[in-house]
Design a protein around this ligand. Sequence first.
Ligand code: FES
Length: 104
Amino acid sequence: MANPVFKKHVFVCTSGKVCPQQGSEEVLKALRQEIAELGLKKQIRVNKAGCFDQCGNGPMVVVYPDAVWYAHVRTSDCKEIVRSHLLGDKPVERLLYDGRGKIV
Ligand code: FES
């Protein structure tokens, strides 16, 4: 039997040229750790991704199916992203990004 699809799918730019220099691997690890600690691995997946063409605003994180983009994410932001957005459906406004820079 196939596994159910994920409720949220999180992509972290780890294969671009800039985000890894800004700490995206650490952000990926912090997101995965928080999700594992909360027992959410069957509902939420965090994947490595290539460049989002938004270089210089990293680490960049994108959440689907919400199509919410985050810029300049730090490891210290990850608990809040998981608890507020991924669990509570309330995106973290101060990190939102719309292609021109942070929204807030
Ligand atoms: S290197 Fe991350 S958006 Fe380009």
